[in-house]
Design a protein around this ligand. Structure first.
Ligand SMILES: [Zn+2]
Ligand SMILES: [Zn+2]
Length: 263
């Protein structure tokens, strides 16, 4: 399995995942279809390589280009009923829709995908854990206001984790957002701050973790260095494992190898 990001942050998100020869998954498309195709081309991925688009929730930084890209290139879209009803109903070609049960794993492109329901201010949001046939596990977790016991259980034993470190609490408090937006971002249905993300990681077994990718960093209310410092200090994550997916350039293709062969 390998993964990459076409960009991460409140201006647009998209993650690419590939295992073997059964095509590439795009999780979320928060860029216009045209911009997403350009960003994918930078990572040597063409529209015809996409086996499916998975959508976590209906916020525009995740769904903006989904319908146009899927309709134009005939790509199936996997998402919950709530996400479809909120933003894709009426714009996505119905024949491309693959409704998922957010409590039930499904198979696509040679991967087992476990959806994880999360607390966020959307209709039926879920995040995902991907497992390859060789047993490699990649966790994706952004757009989450609080950490639940089910999330902790679901993200155990990942070989790679793309984890939201949205804001620094002090920067958010002192920053330019209006009070209502500050309350939303920091609230239990908003986004994880650096400390919450580090505390979640600290509760996970990191024995198998090869890559911790910091994602969905707020450009106004955070600095990558603050997020990395929190992960080092509060989660004791090893520095060489930490990468940052940026808004502008995302993250290059990163291979995952099963190093731990204990079954
Ligand atoms: Zn988002
Ligand atoms: Zn969101």
């Amino acid at each position: 399995m390998r993964f990459a990001s076409i960009g991460s942050g409140s201006e647009g998100n998209g993650t690419l995942i590939a295992a073997g020869s059964q095509g590439t998954l795009l999780v979320d498309c928060g860029f216009s279809a045209r911009a997403a195709l350009g960003r994918m081309a930078d990572l040597q991925v063409a529209a015809e390589d996409l086996a499916a688009i998975l959508v976590t929730h209906e916020h525009s930084d995740h769904v903006r280009g989904v319908a146009r890209l899927a309709n134009r290139c005939r790509i199936p879209v996997y998402t919950t009923w709530g996400t479809w009803a909120a933003k894709l109903s009426g714009v996505l070609d119905q024949t491309l829709l693959q409704l998922i049960n957010p409590h039930e794993a499904f198979e696509v492109a040679g991967l087992t995908v476990q959806p994880v329901p999360v607390p966020h201010d959307a209709r039926e949001p879920c995040q995902f854990v991907f497992q390859s046939r060789q047993g490699s596990r990649l966790g994706l977790l952004t757009d989450v206001g609080s950490v639940t016991p089910h999330m902790l259980a679901s993200y155990e034993q990942c070989d790679a984790l793309m984890l939201e470190c949205n804001h620094d609490l002090e920067m958010l408090a002192a920053g330019p957002y209006p009070p209502a937006l500050k309350r939303r971002v920091a609230g239990p249905l908003g986004h994880l701050n650096n400390r919450q993300s580090a505390q979640m990681l600290a509760q996970l077994d990191q024995a198998r973790l090869q890559h911790l990718v910091v994602t969905h960093i707020s450009q106004q209310n955070n600095h990558p260095e603050l997020a990395v410092a929190a992960l080092l200090e509060q989660a004791h994550c090893q520095e060489h494992k930490i990468r940052v997916a940026s808004q502008d350039s995302g993250l290059e293709w990163t291979p995952l190898h099963r190093t731990d062969m204990i079954s």
